[in-house]
Design a protein around this ligand. Sequence first.
Ligand code: UGA
Length: 423
Amino acid sequence: MSRIAVIGTGYVGLTTGACFAHIGHDVVCADIDADKVARLQRGEIPILEPGLDELVLNAVADGKLSFVVGAAEAAKDCEFAYLCVPTPQDDDGSADLSYVETAARQIAPVLPTGAVVVNKSTVPVGSTFVVERAMNRPDVKVVSNPEFLREGSAVHDFLHPDRVVIGTEDRDTAVKVASLFLGLTAPVIVTDPASAETIKYAANSFLATKLSFVNAMATVCEAVGANINDVVLGMGTDPRIGEKFLKPGPGWGGSCFPKDTRAMVKIAEDAGYDFEMLRGVINANELQFDLVADKVEAMCGGDLAGVKVAVWGLTFKANTDDLRESPSLEVINRLIERRAEVLAYDPAIHADLDNVSVSDSAYTAVEGADIVVLLTEWDEFRWLDMAKVADLMTTPRIYDTRNVIDVPAARRAGFEICSLGRA
Ligand code: UGA
């Protein structure tokens, strides 16, 4: 078992640290935010991530996981230092590497000889060398090991990976890093750092492409009188296409796809290639937000001024409390621009947002509403008493952008219902 320092306790770092501790390693997680570290030391988990609380509490109780302030404090005795710090977006779409470089410079003086620095933050091609340069420690190897963790199922994804990608030219170092995952059944792909870094962007860009395609197909389905659910079923049963990641929705969002697709476009542009197709994928996603707002407007007679819109779902997907680049917020902004009055409900959001009041239940959110727009696929919305919802509304109307509401049941309850991608 190895001694691992994890730098950064966001959802990637915390999940990585807790899961490594769970499979037997000795892990110290570091953050620059002293308050956050104090909360973690008290056993308070700052993010909603199923299964993570239990993993952290158990690992701490077993003495396998601890939290400290400052990267150097964590890295001083480690064999592996995982960099899991943010790579926010610069104005031009490129990834800002300053957190990665700062962390590298902080740990460089204290890392034991022979330690391996592993970059898990999503970084542009060539960043492994940026870290090497920032550290200036020829006795320390730097490798890339991109993460493929979905928020909301990050613990599951870590413990049941589809693959582990390790980017290094040095075979011995690759074997060392691969050995950290012993016990997890997954193919290990060892490649050079540039390819490992590219795999991450390529995977996210391709998944976003799949979603923009399916959302465009949903629009076509509505226009030609087809049903996107059946179309997706018919497509997805072809194993070359696959049934996963084909659910239409109000657009894709979150902390990864929007940032990574824009970064991919920029990386390609800097390398002299205009990635027109991926720009199209991003534009199609922006258009999707507009189309959702258009549909709501059309359902309400073509004018949203003064119309009371209840929104179900604020987070960028279910089972997370993350609002970053949430399609729901994009749609809400467009509804407000068209002078609708919006009241929202989300199972994970309990305070008002800047421009939207947040209700404490799906039922109170719809009181007096002219339409409900379902924007995030929380399970709770499947099991609501739709007759009660209809009674509370001024006009029982619903636009379901995630295809979770049972259409015949809603109609029986008196609803006018439209589901995205269905005529
Ligand atoms: C994504 C990738 O799926 C992970 O593999 C990757 O590691 C992660 O980014 C990252 O780069 O860190 P995540 O952002 O957590 O994970 O969310 P996804 O589950 O991929 O969903 C992204 C967006 O696509 C959400 O808005 C979601 O609602 C939407 N989506 C997803 C659909 O509209 N339909 C689907 O079938 C799937």
